[in-house]
Design a protein around this ligand. Structure first.
Ligand code: GLU
Length: 289
């Protein structure tokens, strides 16, 4: 079976060092196994994502030497597909419509799971119905079995205002695109069992493999992100410098790689010595700051 991986940034800003680490880790893992690597823009949360950032990210990845297989998939161009999947989940009993608001939940617990279908004519969110088939752990290539707590509240798949959630769009696309290993930041380990369950509910015929990369931290508690003012990585150094720093962050050898190489040459050299077992588990700070 051909390995199919993906890099799936949300365009809430330009690439920062944390997103470069994910881009590099997912690229090296896929190409070192002779696989395909896809680029997918996860922009369904239009309050956080902007099309200008999408263009910037695609341009920055290309300047950094990354070449992706197939056409870039931009999720906001496929919203109808996620609504269809949502309906399928409702019809097969894996999801239910819920009209509760944060305020109403403070007063009375949600009863929507047991409501009759006529009730669905009023504006409602679509939520994943949790049950005992929700897995309690998943297998991670670097960490082995990882235990996860079930979410306390049923995850929202489609918001009342029609916004498609990250979980639904991500899992539906991973299946549609035939992705068989997800390489991403360790902050997303907490949603992995929910995504595995959702994937099963959507009819996946295989179990996804996961590899979670160490996080780049802004401080002791928070990962680097747009919210805590991460600096765009290409403002911190040139392509060669930032690629070398990301390789070191992933515990990879930079022997024989120079800042005078083109980014593409750096990636090719990094591929020939890539060793997944050298990726550390611990998070670290941004070495370029
Ligand atoms: N779009 C997510 C992010 O930028 C990553 C999703 C994933 O890799 O599953 O944080």
């Amino acid at each position: 079976m051909t390995y199919v991986g993906r890099f799936a940034p949300s365009p809430s800003g330009r690439l920062h060092f944390g997103s470069l680490v994910c881009a590099l880790g997912s690229y090296l893992r896929a190409k070192s196994l002779g696989g395909r690597i896809l680029l997918r823009i996860e922009d369904t949360d239009t309050s956080r994502c902007h099309p200008d950032n999408t263009l910037e990210i695609i341009d920055e990845l290309s300047r950094l030497g990354f070449v992706y297989d197939g056409k870039v998939r931009i999720q906001t161009e496929h919203l109808e597909e996620y609504y269809e999947q949502g309906l399928k989940l409702y019809e097969s009993g894996y999801a239910y419509y819920c009209s509760c608001t944060r305020d109403s939940l403070k007063r009375t617990p949600c009863q929507c799971v047991t409501r009759p279908p006529e009730f669905n004519r009023i504006p409602c969110a679509l939520r994943l119905r949790l049950n005992e088939r929700m897995p309690a752990f998943f297998y991670d290539v670097l960490r082995g079995y990882v235990a996860c707590q079930s979410p306390l509240n049923a995850p929202t798949l489609i918001r009342k205002d029609g916004l498609v959630s990250y979980n639904l769009a991500c899992v539906a696309d991973d299946l549609r695109q035939g992705v068989n290993e997800v390489v991403r930041g360790a902050d997303l380990m907490e949603v992995t069992t929910t995504q595995q369950y959702l994937s099963f509910a959507l009819g996946a015929g295989y179990v996804m493999s996961y590899l979670h990369l160490p996080l780049v931290m802004a401080d002791d508690k928070h990962k680097l992100s747009k919210q805590n003012h991460a600096v765009p990585v290409l403002d911190e150094g040139n392509c060669q410098e930032v690629l070398l720093a990301a390789l070191r962050f992933l515990g990879q050898s930079t022997c024989g790689i120079s800042v005078h190489d083109t980014p593409r040459m750096i990636l090719n050299k990094a591929l020939s010595s890539f060793d997944v077992r050298r990726i550390p588990l611990e998070s670290g700070g941004d070495p370029l700051r």
